[in-house]
Write a protein that binds this ligand. Structure first.
Ligand SMILES: *[C@@H]1O[C@H](CO)[C@@H](O)[C@H](O)[C@H]1NC(C)=O
Ligand SMILES: *[C@@H]1O[C@H](CO)[C@@H](O)[C@H](O)[C@H]1NC(C)=O
Ligand SMILES: *[C@@H]1O[C@H](CO)[C@@H](O)[C@H](O)[C@H]1NC(C)=O
Ligand SMILES: *[C@@H]1O[C@H](CO)[C@@H](O)[C@H](O)[C@H]1NC(C)=O
Ligand SMILES: *[C@@H]1O[C@H](CO)[C@@H](O)[C@H](O)[C@H]1NC(C)=O
Ligand SMILES: *[C@@H]1O[C@H](CO)[C@@H](O)[C@H](O)[C@H]1NC(C)=O
Length: 320
């Protein structure tokens, strides 16, 4: 090979390297103060595949804001946090009935069908208002809901006002009433109730307020991962005015085949073997593991092994 050719190749390699570094570096790391880690990304070439696309936008389905906010494009929901352990927190509209003067009610439905996102079981159903029976829809054959009541004015508030019960038929092991009463201490002045949601990976769930009751007044119901809202459960009008709550979704990596997982240089394993593999990985100083499963597509999760921190979804992203 001539000196000229060698020189030319060297230039080409340097250029390619530069371009490569440049494309990774040019991806925005943040939007609206929220950190956007890979596989999520803003702009073409920055997200792993379109499921993980984040739009940094002023105009969201909930509002038009002054500063841009991150929006999970596939479901068009504003994002308030992304966690590499496999969760993402989004804003979602609440279900309401009898709250607005123009008589407009709203029933929320979260449809994640066909995406690698699902409703995290750490959310709970919360309903507030007088004589409010709220339930989850689209999760047949299960029936999950709760009922909140307001007591009579001339009784001692603590007991009467805080009457709530929940119902569920997906398993009787949960002490539903006990649980809802325990949380009721956060609701003051008016009834509110809470029910836990079925486990598993629910991808479509709605929240409905029963319309058979004759009681007037503003009723709200929603799924949320927030606890602090309960403290203000008394004020259904204020919750309605805010219009949304945050919901936690779980996520995993979904790809047509295992090549992405294989490219990360992690110790890979098939589902249910992870404990054994982690033990193995620590012994040999491997910085990350991927647990994935292949059928019609490949899905799984990766994590940095003990002693390493960072992003397992970037090659060499776990640092000691
Ligand atoms: C926001 O988006 C909606 C629908 O995409 C559009 O109708 C509306 O004009 C947009 N508003 C602004 C301020 O860009
Ligand atoms: C949920 O979304 C899927 C896929 O987009 C669609 O086929 C289905 O009809 C939707 N279900 C409801 C109840 O909207
Ligand atoms: C459920 O509630 C009943 C009655 O309040 C109580 O006796 C029982 O111990 C509770 N069960 C559990 C598992 O907490
Ligand atoms: C309650 O809702 C159902 C279905 O959404 C509807 O068919 C029914 O007419 C409603 N009843 C009242 C009293 O509004
Ligand atoms: C709850 O109420 C407190 C005190 O009134 C207020 O400071 C706080 O902002 C409220 N939180 C929400 C989520 O509305
Ligand atoms: C695996 O999927 C990638 C896209 O993620 C594709 O480019 C590649 O050709 C696929 N490989 C095989 C062996 O199917």
């Amino acid at each position: 090979m001539s000196a000229y050719n060698t020189y030319f190749l060297w230039i080409l390699c340097s250029l390619l390297l530069l371009l490569n570094l440049d494309s990774a570096d040019s991806c925005p790391k943040k939007c609206g103060g929220i950190h956007i880690p890979h596989p999520f990304g803003i702009g073409k070439g920055c997200y792993l595949n379109p499921w993980y696309e984040i739009k940094c936008d002023h105009n969201t389905s909930l509002s038009v804001s002054k500063k841009p906010v991150p929006v999970l494009a596939v479901v068009d929901k504003e994002v308030v946090g992304i966690y590499l352990e496999g969760s993402i927190i989004i804003k979602n509209r609440i279900t309401s009935k009898g709250c607005s003067s123009d008589g407009e009610d709203f029933e929320s439905l979260l449809n994640l069908t066909g995406t690698p996102f699902y409703l995290s079981p750490s959310n709970t159903l919360i309903a507030a208002g007088c004589d409010n029976t709220a339930s989850l829809t689209n999760i047949e054959p299960s029936m999950v809901g709760c009922k909140s009541r307001c007591g009579k004015k001339n009784h001692t508030p603590t007991q009467d006002f805080l009457e709530g019960e929940c119902f569920t038929d997906y398993g009787s092991d949960e002490n539903c009433t006990e649980k809802s009463i325990a949380k009721e201490k956060f609701c003051s002045g008016i009834g509110c109730c809470e029910a836990s949601i079925p486990g598993g990976r629910q991808q479509i769930v709605g929240v409905r307020i029963d319309n058979s009751t004759t009681a007037k007044g503003c009723k709200v119901a929603f799924l949320t991962d927030e606890n602090y809202l309960l403290a203000n459960g008394s004020d259904t009008q204020r919750i309605h005015a805010k219009g949304y709550v945050t919901v936690m979704l779980g996520w995993f990596i979904r790809m047509p085949n295992s090549s992405f997982f294989d490219s990360l240089g992690c110790l890979t394993t098939k589902k249910y073997n992870i404990a054994k593999q982690i033990e193995h990985a620590t012994t040999f100083g491997i910085d990350c593991t991927c647990d994935y499963y292949s059928s019609f597509s490949t899905y799984g999760r990766c994590e940095c092994t003990e002693g390493y921190r960072g992003n397992p979804y970037v090659s060499g992203g776990c640092k000691g």
